[in-house]
Design a protein around this ligand. Structure first.
Ligand code: ZN
Length: 366
């Protein structure tokens, strides 16, 4: 069978490359001249351009050899998928009951067949609703959850599925450390007190990969945040990326906790126009006042953070004008906005996100 070949010759290709490089140079020189004529120092402006985000590059290029953390757009709920460079997976929470079909489709799209860990932060339906379906559909090696009881049907369904599938069922206890893949471990930091309301029984843990770290909090509120600090957790909380507790509610992310975590970037998982008004203004203010980059699944769809062990890159499944407001967004130059659009195109193309599926199906189900 004949295969089609491009007809252009080598000379023509080389001509195109030279023309592209020449055009790029003209553009760079023109913008430097523009800055110079406005009385600015071109190099200072370029440096400040990169300082817009606190050390995190907004890139869209999906790199397989990185740790990828996908904060899935599951409406007013939580579900976070982690992929190791070798293709091992871990899932933190599993959306709502009615979000299960879309979640299963998404996991299959990502190539998930087996989960090393399924962490169920606490037995509220917006975190464990789809967990029974996940357990039935994929081979789950270990389930990690807090030592709490709940009489809800959703939780009973999950416990039945764990028993039926025969996976390892572990209680998360502060201080316990688990290995995910080579060079990547995670340590449980809470809950200490499981007699509290379910939000404050959330499994809180820090995941470390090389020099980078992520803090996952479930729906932990101030009460649990303070109990972690009181139990000596302050020196373990520091992380680059914070999954903001309880969908950005004002009852979470207290000042002492935020100071201890001191993240560069904060991700809020919540549904568009949700009935709770999440994220609350006070939480956004606290993050913005510290210059922390805020990413929201209601505005940006699924958010991907990649780590090569040293650097983090952040990508969003969609842009929105609303995502550009806020303290960090307001600082963005039009060039940064253009760059973001370009990266989004690459991101959407390379990961093959079905934006329609992710945004419409999940938000409708929320
Ligand atoms: Zn929740």
């Amino acid at each position: 069978m004949a295969t089609k070949k491009r007809s252009s010759g080598k000379g023509e290709e080389r001509g195109k490359v030279i023309l592209t490089v020449a055009l790029a140079l003209v553009c760079v020189l023109a913008s430097l001249l523009g800055i110079y004529l406005r009385g600015g120092n071109p190099f200072e402006e370029i440096l400040s351009f990169f300082k817009d985000s606190p050390g995190i590059l907004e890139s869209g290029e999906y790199k397989e050899d990185c740790l990828s953390v996908f904060f899935l757009d599951v409406g007013q709920a939580d579900s976070i998928l982690l992929r190791s460079p070798e293709g091992k997976f871990m899932l933190i929470d599993a959306a709502k009951n009615d979000g299960a079909p879309a979640l299963l489709r998404t996991l299959k799209e990502f190539g998930v067949k087996e989960l090393e860990y399924l962490v169920l932060t606490h037995p509220h339906e917006d975190h464990i609703g789809g967990a029974d379906a996940v357990l039935e559909q994929f081979a789950v090696k270990t389930v990690l959850s807090p030592d709490v009881g709940s009489t809800s049907k959703s939780w009973r369904d999950v416990l039945d599925a764990i028993e039926k599938e025969g996976c390892k069922d572990l209680i998360a206890r502060p201080g316990d450390t688990y290995g995910f893949f080579e060079g990547c471990t995670f340590t449980v930091l809470g809950p200490y007190d499981t007699d509290e309301d379910l939000n404050n029984c959330s499994v809180v843990f820090r995941l470390d990969y090389g020099e980078t770290s992520f803090l996952f909090t479930g729906d932990a509120e101030e009460r649990e945040e303070l109990s972690i600090l009181e139990n000596g957790g302050s020196s373990f909380l520091k992380a680059d990326v914070l999954k903001v507790g309880h969908h950005g509610s004002s009852t979470s992310t207290c000042e002492e906790f935020l100071s201890a975590v001191s993240p560069r970037c904060a991700v809020i998982s919540c549904g568009e126009n949700n009935e709770y008004g999440h994220p609350h203004r006070s939480t956004l203010d606290a993050l913005e006042d510290r210059g922390i980059e805020i990413l929201r699944t209601d505005l940006s769809g699924t958010v991907m953070v990649q780590s090569d062990g040293k650097n983090l890159t952040v990508s969003k499944a969609r842009s929105s004008d609303a995502a550009m407001s806020g303290a960090s967004g307001a600082m963005k130059t039009s060039a940064a906005a253009n760059r973001e659009r370009l990266f989004q195109r690459i991101f959407l193309g390379s990961v093959g996100f079905r934006r329609k599926l992710l945004s419409e199906t999940f938000l409708k189900g929320a």
